[in-house]
Design a protein around this ligand. Structure first.
Ligand SMILES: *Cc1c(COP(=O)(O)O)cnc(C)c1O
Length: 392
């Protein structure tokens, strides 16, 4: 174990909490509602407005949002869901919760995003075998949108549904429109874990333009219970009446968390500008180093959730060594991500090394540098100087 000096340690990401965030939470603590009060619908409305979706359903994590999104799209036992191996495990676990079969499509090594050409080829093959996916989850790695126009076109041809895993991408844009407007998808999911763009402590949200999907997800987040009298099966009951019509969960977000989210959301634009500025500084400081930054396509404005670099080395030992030395210097570099199919649990499902070679190569080169609001240029210079010493 490496011992960190907490005061000097620079994590790869962290939250920023202001005084107004704190007073917003305190006001809710002093109010009548700690949960199921006015803050959750207000948060949903404010976020919907920003990402230009018709509906938003707030839940206690993006993992929960992915789960109920899959259920709302009727992903069932024997159905298939495809995503990218370079993501957090939640992007594919959601399929397994529903009893569905997971498969992956390799990445484009320059962007780290799902390779839409490989996707097209894999769909052609799957169509012949009658093994087409019901749902595809494009992951907007580091806050940069996948090629949604192409994926959407493919969805019309091959009849699958799209859930954008935009856990990294709140505040990002694709073709000058906000990620989350679901122009090229059925549902978009965001995370509010403290390392993400804004935080509610724990929390997530699903946006959609479909009233059917919004209603379904709203039911599923709270036990599958309907409280809308006009839709009761049994009409003549008393005032206590409610009906469970589906098997749902307690995935609710509390008003305490939502109050924090409302307050944080007000700074979204500033946060995105600052994150983009920090990345730009890294790029300029690192321009003579043997590293490359993930490509951001022309038609994307990235939310810059992560500062991912790739080392120009094919030697995994070199990657390991640089990681270890950076950590010893109190720089909390991290790998985003271990290819999902190489986790022991996924290997038990039948995946193996070699299945998705681009993702595996990427994971032997990638490293996330500290990147969060409040990181100053001095810190950044220090990070790059350490790297300079370590890269031969
Ligand atoms: C963080 C993350 C999730 C899960 O978010 P939680 O809110 O922690 O459940 C899912 N997918 C991706 C890509 C993430 O980075």
């Amino acid at each position: 174990m490496i011992n960190f000096d907490k005061n000097k340690y620079l994590p790869y990401g962290k939250q920023k909490i202001t005084r107004s965030d704190i007073s917003a939470v305190v006001r809710t603590l002093k109010s009548n509602f700690l949960t199921q009060g006015p803050k959750v619908p207000q948060f949903e409305e404010n976020l919907s407005k920003i990402v230009e979706s018709k509906y938003a359903v707030a839940v206690n994590s993006a993992t929960s949002a992915l789960h109920i999104a899959c259920l709302a799209l009727d992903l069932k036992k024997g159905d298939r869901l495809w995503t990218s191996p370079i993501s957090f495990v939640a992007s594919s676990n959601c399929a397994l919760y529903c009893g569905a079969i997971v498969d992956f499509v390799d990445i484009n090594p320059r962007s780290g995003l799902i390779d839409e050409n490989l996707l097209e080829k894999k769909l052609e093959t799957a169509a012949l075998k009658k093994e087409l996916p019901k749902v595809i989850v494009p992951v907007h790695l580091a806050g940069t949108s996948c090629n949604m126009e192409k994926i959407y076109k493919l969805s019309n041809k091959y009849n699958f549904k799209i859930i954008e895993d935009a856990s990294h991408a709140l505040g990002g844009e694709y073709k000058n429109q906000p990620i989350g407007n679901c122009k090229y998808s059925h549902i978009t999911v965001f995370s509010f874990h403290p390392v993400k763009i804004i935080t509610t402590g724990e929390g997530g949200i699903a946006t959609t333009n479909s009233s059917f999907l919004a209603k379904k997800m709203t039911e599923l987040r709270s036990h599958g219970i309907n409280k809308n009298e006009s839709e009761f099966f049994s009409k003549e009951e008393g005032l206590w009446h409610y009906e469970q019509i589906n098997l749902g969960f307690n995935y609710r977000l509390s008003d305490i968390h939502a109050a924090l989210g409302i307050s944080q959301l007000k700074r979204l634009r500033k946060i995105i500008e600052e994150r983009n500025k920090i990345l730009k500084i890294y790029k300029s400081l690192g321009k003579n180093l043997k590293i490359s930054f993930l490509e951001i396509p022309e038609d994307c404005k990235s939310a810059v959730h992560l500062g991912i670099i790739k080392l120009n080395t094919d030697d995994p030992e070199e990657h390991k060594k640089i990681f270890k030395n950076m950590r010893m210097k109190n720089i909390g570099v991290q790998l985003h991500y271990i290819p999902i199919h190489t986790h022991p649990f996924y290997k038990k499902l039948g995946f193996k090394y070699g299945d998705f070679p681009q993702s595996e190569i990427y994971a032997k080169k990638a490293m996330s540098l500290p990147l969060f609001p409040g990181l100053n240029k001095k810190n950044q210079m220090q990070v790059i100087n350490y790297l300079k010493d370590l890269i031969k």
